[in-house]
Ligand binder design. Structure first.
Ligand code: AQP
Length: 325
């Protein structure tokens, strides 16, 4: 079975962008792939964080991922730092990564403005490549913002295969046709993001229904009154149309035909009702989860991850001349 890998940072509450762009695909791929999903806590250390609350944030992220539909008995879900081979392979790949390729990464430019210019943040894409290549993943379900990192991963895999031994597949990004770039409710020209200072710019996956209704009611729409799918002229309405399409499993075209002419207030309420209904099973599942049980499951999975990663990592070390035979 082909392997799928993806990760999510425990850096704040999971929002609709993370859910629609990545998690829903994670859930789908469980049926057709050998899926490995990580709470990438080592990545989260690359921006300022509070060690006193970090353990609780990791657990929250794990619970949210399970609530979203990941079955940790079927998929290998664990904390990245529990499997040291991620960091080790990150170092090995770092020896083959040119500064020129890292200098092109836009995420570093965006994040270093706030977090400062630190090596960990600069090398983030190399660790991400290691995460993906460790288990020889073929498929990587991510949002559109990760395309550049995926390209680097493929370049590194290819370079390794040419320089040492051909052991890495070149992984493909699995980017959803819709939902790959959910936009902010306050500024629909920038992506919905955990680090946006405005809480009302994003809907959280576990927001209570009344909060979702309120946030969507205040979402920025565009001037005019028509409901059209047009990212240049009507980004706010286009963003809402995509959300509605994703939560109702209908095409944007059918929705435009049905809702054009509807008042924006009423349309936003329709979107809110669909989002609330769509997230209801996630909220219900989350409420059922027990912290201690989730921690035990993740610890068990980490042990499985270490066992599984060891021979793969050994193969890399041998190819690089780090073993006697
Ligand atoms: N707005 C988005 N639309 C679609 N997909 C998105 N993803 C993130 N934002 C959107 C996808 O979510 C997955 C998890 O990403 P992450 O753990 O790297 O999340 P993050 O970067 O901490 O989340 P944000 O909100 O993207 O953080 P900041 O504020 O740092 O920019 C990934 O697959 C990502 O593509």
């Amino acid at each position: 079975m082909d392997v799928a890998f993806s990760g999510i940072q425990p850096t704040g509450d999971i929002h609709l962008g993370n859910y629609l762009g990545a998690l829903r695909n994670w859930v789908r791929l469980q049926d057709s792939y050998d899926a490995v999903y990580c709470i990438v806590d080592l990545h989260a250390l690359t921006i300022p964080y509070d060690p006193a609350t970090f353990a609780a944030e990791r657990l929250e992220a794990a619970k949210a991922v399970i609530a979203a539909g990941i079955d940790p008995d079927r998929s290998l879900l664990y904390y990245q730092s529990d499997v040291p081979a991620h960091a080790e392979l990150g170092w090995l790949l770092g020896t083959m990564t040119s500064l020129g390729s890292l200098n092109r990464m836009t995420q570093f430019k965006d994040k270093s403005d706030q977090a400062g210019e630190f090596l960990g943040l600069y090398a983030y894409p190399v660790l991400m490549a290691a995460d993906i290549l460790l288990y020889r993943a073929n498929a990587v379900p991510v949002g559109e913002d990760q395309t550049q990192h995926l390209e680097l991963t493929r370049d590194l895999a290819d370079r390794f295969n040419q320089r040492y031994e051909p052991i890495f597949p070149l992984p493909e990004a699995i980017i959803p046709e819709r939902g790959a770039r959910v936009m902010s409710l306050k500024d629909p020209t920038s992506k919905m993001s955990k680090s946006d200072p405005s809480e009302t710019s994003r809907i959280l996956m576990l927001d209570p229904p009344d909060v979702i209704v309120k946030k969507l009611g205040r979402a920025v729409t565009d001037s005019g009154t028509d409901i059209r799918y047009d990212w240049d002229e009507k980004p706010g309405i286009s963003n809402l149309l995509e959300m509605l399409a994703l939560f109702t499993d209908r095409s944007v075209e059918a929705l435009v035909a049905e809702y054009d002419g509807t008042q924006y207030g009423a349309f936003k309420r329709t979107v809110a009702d669909a989002v609330v209904a769509g997230l209801e099973p996630v909220r219900a599942k989350y409420a059922d989860l027990d912290d201690a049980e989730v921690s035990q499951i993740l610890a068990r999975n980490a042990a499985r991850g270490r066992d599984r990663a060891a021979p793969f990592q050994d193969e890399v070390m041998r190819a690089m001349g780090l073993r006697h035979q």
